[in-house]
Ligand binder design. Structure first.
Ligand SMILES: [Fe+2]
Ligand SMILES: [Fe+2]
Length: 371
């Protein structure tokens, strides 16, 4: 199947043009046949939301790229228990400085809460609104992956013998972490219910903005950039097991973000929806402010090779990329790639030492590369 979808690397700047809806009379919504049976489903019957077609029939595809996402995601299998964490225990206890431990624990505390929120949002707020099965099937896989990410953090927390109650409660107690979660809850909760009338233009606009926040910012910026302080340790040979776990998560998240952006673009095209530029500008402003407070706390003391200032410049750089992918104006013109190695971390073809890891054996797709 050739869908022209290029989502396997995170260096794409523009989403492919949406597929123009086929409005010819012969592909209009199929009526009931005279014999009482149902007329065959046509691809053109399908819509991102508000579709009237049969939600239980996979093909014919209107969104074949969504099926490709599902196949691609299924090539990225791993389990957290397959990654060797022995050296991480030693690093955490004996090698990390107090500033590095502070950063590490708080990044973990933020991520554990975030991924549960992500799982609930994609399953309960987004997937149930979709009216084409090929979209829901990828999102079902995404729900599983978010749960797998939560298992991964829990595995790291257990392996490093961190105090679970303290780590999991940290987002409630530390205002700088709570600020991001509270903002996400506020942005996502409005559509986290069934029975939303998406034929109402205002509600549809609210849904599109909420999904944009989720895919473009929460996953596309906060997650994408959120692992980088840990990768900075990995680059110095520290906490390599945790970092490898996070590379697998990041690989999933790049797909989640790309899929969400593609859905939003198609949705806007199908529904002839234009986003209010002021509302979008508010999203970016809020996201930057919350991220800045978070980075200031997590990196209150810079660590070797990484600082809050670098983190924020990279956030703005990645935010501009997400905006371009969405077909929107850059929110932070002139932002520069402060961490040029971050994209490599996401896209790198990993030449793993066979004796160092079992991942090569575990991969069902036989490949660790993004291809
Ligand atoms: Fe996740
Ligand atoms: Fe995700």
């Amino acid at each position: 199947m050739n869908t022209g979808t290029n989502v396997l690397f995170d260096d794409w700047d523009d989403a492919p043009a949406p597929i123009a809806p086929d409005l010819s009379p012969e592909t209009a919504h199929a009526p009931e046949t005279a014999a009482g049976g149902r007329a065959p489903v046509k691809a053109a019957d399908k819509r991102i939301v508000n579709g009237q077609g049969d939600i239980n029939q996979l093909a014919p595809f209107k969104y074949p790229w969504a099926w490709d996402f599902f196949l691609t995601a299924n090539r990225n299998h791993w389990a957290p228990t397959e990654i060797n964490m022995a050296q991480d225990v030693q690093d955490y206890r004996h090698k990390l400085t107090p500033a590095e431990r502070h950063m590490f624990e708080n990044v973990l505390a933020y991520l554990t809460t975030s991924d549960i929120l992500a799982m609930r949002n994609i399953g309960l707020a987004v997937m149930e609104k979709m009216t084409a099965p090929e979209l829901q099937i990828y999102q079902a896989r995404q729900v599983f992956e978010e749960a797998l990410h939560t298992w991964t953090y829990q595995h790291c927390i257990e392996t490093l013998n961190l105090e679970q109650e303290e780590i999991y409660n940290r987002y409630r107690i530390v205002p700088a972490i709570h600020g991001k979660i509270a903002l996400a809850n506020r942005r996502l909760e409005k559509v986290l219910c069934s029975g939303l009338d998406l034929t109402d233009r205002e509600t549809l606009h609210e849904f599109a903005l909420s999904y944009l926040f989720f895919a473009g910012i929460f996953e596309g910026c906060w997650f994408y950039n959120g692992f980088s302080p840990i990768f900075a340790l990995q680059r110095r040979g520290l906490m390599k097991g945790t970092a490898e776990q996070f590379q697998y998560i990041m690989r999933d998240e790049v797909l989640h973000c790309a899929f969400g952006i593609r859905v939003i673009r198609e949705l806007m095209h199908e529904e002839n929806l234009t986003l209010d530029p002021e509302a979008v500008a508010d999203l970016w402003r809020e996201a930057e402010a919350a991220e800045s407070v978070y980075a200031g706390y997590v990196l209150r003391e810079p660590i070797l090779g990484y600082s809050a200032a670098l983190h924020m410049e990279q956030f703005r750089f990645v935010a501009n990329r997400r905006a371009r992918q969405l077909g929107l104006a850059e929110p932070f013109p002139g932002a520069e790639a402060a961490l040029p190695w971050l994209d490599e971390q996401a896209n790198l073809r990993k030449e793993k030492n066979f004796f160092e890891t079992r991942i090569t054996e575990y991969q069902t797709g036989g490949s660790l590369a993004w291809e």
